[in-house]
Write a new protein. Structure first.
Lengths: 258, 371
């Protein structure tokens, strides 16, 4: 198959950092896009062989199947602590966690805050899809006010359930954070910008500039109960106003990479 | 190495360092804090990793991460902190990687107090986390044993890819005794065939406790059990005192065993044919030696600083052949040798029945005693 395509005509292929494992994600879910961006960055930086990934509990629990590097599987929310343990004994390795909003912003709140506070030299890819995907659609700490989920069937009532957490804004306040950015995966332009941010987040680590996190606004058509296309529009119209895109922390050393 | 006057907690920490510990993650809690404080000073000085974690939940998961890379790593805590580590312990056991933990137990349940206790026997031995798993559990009764068992723990943990837990009580951690530390071993990074330390020049590796196919998880459980059987075969350790001709057998671990030994010696002077079995490994438990003893002893007396936890394991070994009596001081109270001596005298002079739960009669005696 590959021989049919001449190298000069090749415009798209599987990143080398990817295995050939077929996707388990639902149609239209942006986890796959996020995975690919990470793989492309690992290829470009030529660091795949010294990268160790930490998978979360959530839909991306099987993230380790896709990346051609060493991987460990954390308990729900504990990925930043596990990454800390790895990075502290192997400081010359590249360590990243990949976490959903339930994992990072709910059960793992202490671990993410303190990893950032310590300036732990790791990279965190944070998938904010405003819902608990894996357990089939419960309210997440990032669910929007009024958003219907299986555990907020009448819509998230802030009087009862409180307000969404804006993790990029929160973590950007910590001195240990080197780079914190929020991007979106809803269209090609934003996907390209997301990739740039992911590159900077890994460069931050490689240069020892502290904690780096990229929050990626993502879709969950299955549990949002709308089509993949509608999901992209819903993300753009509802999530971006609640979670403004941008760089929230760019430490002086990181600014030089940009 | 010369013998020095050492505090138990400090001795445990220094022993681990000399055994080649590369990383420590912990959280302060009395009565084990001196362990963390010793590491806080020594580890950076040696260029090794030390992190005071935000909680014991984080500490055990840092341990989990570091252990996946194949280095020698440990955490230590006391009872309430140990409870928080149970999630991580279950994952560590499910991932089959070596980790060393020390629990300097205190009175409970709940916040309890900071006095010596053995209330976490069941948590350590019979599983405080979810799922089926069997860690190796060692119980020191002196500062020297705490040192030796800490060193041994690293070897056992690596040999069997398992967690090894030292359960000491607050008095072992806090007391000072003459003891000898081992010589400093150089840090040797072994190239384990399972370690996730970066796939440079080799196939990638995955460490996980997930077996999404029940049939595969079943096989994993059976594999872990097979390893546990190996451990049971090879690693049972205990100490026997005056058991050659004993009609009565006292069983106690850690500090309770140590206090019981004084009582046994006095009882011997009084002509009572009594001996002591002190399990060193409470997991694997010395079932076989107790089984043998129960064929010639008239009765057993289990002494613990809890409400009767190891008691069930002794009963399992004795199989109802002869009475198994219980004496316990829960909640952070340490028994005096005199109390145990009167219990030995009672057991030696009373016509006892085999009962399924000797704690009911013990409770009645306790209520009387405390009046
Ligand atoms: C300790 C613990 N509590 C609860 C669960 C159940 N659980 C699995 S995934 C998940 C939520 C994941 O949601 P999120 O992090 O948003 O990731 P997503 O699935 O949306 O990608 C929960 C609650 C668990 N596995 N462990």
């Amino acid at each position: 198959m590959a021989t049919l395509i001449k190298p000069e005509n090749l415009v798209y292929q599987r990143p080398e950092a990817f295995t050939e494992f077929p996707t388990h994600y639902c149609p239209g879910c942006t986890h796959g896009v996020a995975h690919r961006l990470i793989a492309e960055v690992l290829d470009e930086m030529k660091i795949i062989d010294r990268t160790i990934g930490v998978a979360p509990v959530g839909c991306s629990v099987f993230a380790y199947n896709y990346f051609d590097c060493d991987f460990v599987e954390a308990a729900h929310g504990r990925a930043p602590a596990m990454a800390t343990g790895i990075k502290r004994v192997l400081p010359d390795r590249v360590v990243f966690t990949y976490q959903g909003d339930g994992d990072l912003a709910s059960i793992g709140m202490a671990e993410i805050m303190h990893a950032a506070g310590r300036g732990e030299n790791i990279t965190v890819i944070f998938i904010n899809n405003a819902i608990y995907g894996m357990t089939s659609g419960q309210m997440a700490p990032t669910s929007l006010p009024g958003m219907k989920t299986t555990s907020s069937p009448l819509g998230r009532d802030v009087e009862i359930h409180g307000y969404p957490l804006r993790m990029s804004e929160i973590l950007a306040n910590l001195d240990g954070a080197g780079y914190i950015a929020r991007r979106s995966l809803h269209d090609p332009k934003n996907i390209r910008m997301a990739k740039k941010a992911i590159r900077i987040a890994f460069e931050t680590q490689v240069r020892g500039l502290g904690f780096a996190m990229v929050e990626l606004l993502s879709t969950c058509p299955t549990n949002w109960g709308i089509t993949p296309l509608e999901s992209l529009t819903w993300l753009e119209e509802h999530m971006i106003p609640a979670y403004p895109l941008g760089d929230y922390k760019v430490a002086p050393g990181v600014a030089e990479i940009k | 190495m010369p013998r020095e006057l050492l505090k138990g907690n400090v001795a445990i920490a220094e022993a681990a360092i000399r055994a080649g510990l590369e990383a420590y993650f912990g959280y302060p809690i009395t009565p084990q804090t001196e362990i963390l404080e010793h590491f806080a000073r020594r580890m950076p000085e040696l260029g090794r990793a030390f992190v005071q974690a935000e909680s014991e939940v984080a500490a055990i998961n840092m341990v989990y991460g570091a252990a996946c890379t194949g280095v020698r790593v440990m955490s230590t805590s006391s009872s309430p902190g140990m409870s928080l580590m149970m999630e991580g312990l279950s994952y560590i056991m499910g991932t089959e990687i070596p980790v060393v933990l020390v629990n300097v137990m205190r009175g409970g349940p709940g916040l309890g107090n900071i006095a010596p206790s053995q209330g976490d026997y069941n948590q350590a031995v019979h599983g405080g986390g979810h799922g089926d798993y069997n860690p190796i559990v060692l119980a020191p009764s002196t500062v020297q044993e705490a040192i030796d068992m800490t060193v041994l723990s690293f070897d056992l943990a690596e040999r069997y890819r398992t967690a090894c837990i030292v359960i000491a009580d607050g008095s072992i951690g806090q007391m000072m005794e003459p003891a000898e530390l081992p010589p400093m071993q150089p840090v040797k990074r072994k190239d384990w065939e399972w370690a996730t330390n970066g796939a440079i020049g080799r196939e990638r590796r995955i460490l996980s406790s997930i077996y999404i196919e029940p049939a595969e998880e079943e096989v994993a459980n059976l594999r872990m059990f097979k390893r546990w059987q190996e451990i049971q075969k090879n690693e049972v350790r205990y100490k026997e005192y005056h058991l050659e001709d004993a009609d009565f057998v006292v069983v106690g671990f850690g500090t309770a065993g140590r206090v019981a030994l004084s009582a046994v010696r006095t009882a011997r002077q009084q002509g009572i044919k009594v001996g002591l079995l002190r399990p060193i490994t409470v997991n694997p438990f010395p079932y076989d030696v107790l089984d043998e003893l129960s064929k010639r002893a008239q009765a057993f007396l289990v002494v613990e600083m809890n409400m009767g936890q190891m008691l069930n394991d002794v009963q399992l070994a004795v199989k109802g052949r002869v009475p198994v009596e219980f004496y316990g001081r829960p909640g952070g109270v340490v028994p005096f040798p005199d109390e145990i001596l009167s219990e030995i005298q009672r057991v030696a002079t009373t016509d006892l029945q085999v009962v399924s739960d000797p704690r009911h009669a013990w409770y009645e005696r306790m209520v009387e005693y405390l009046k």
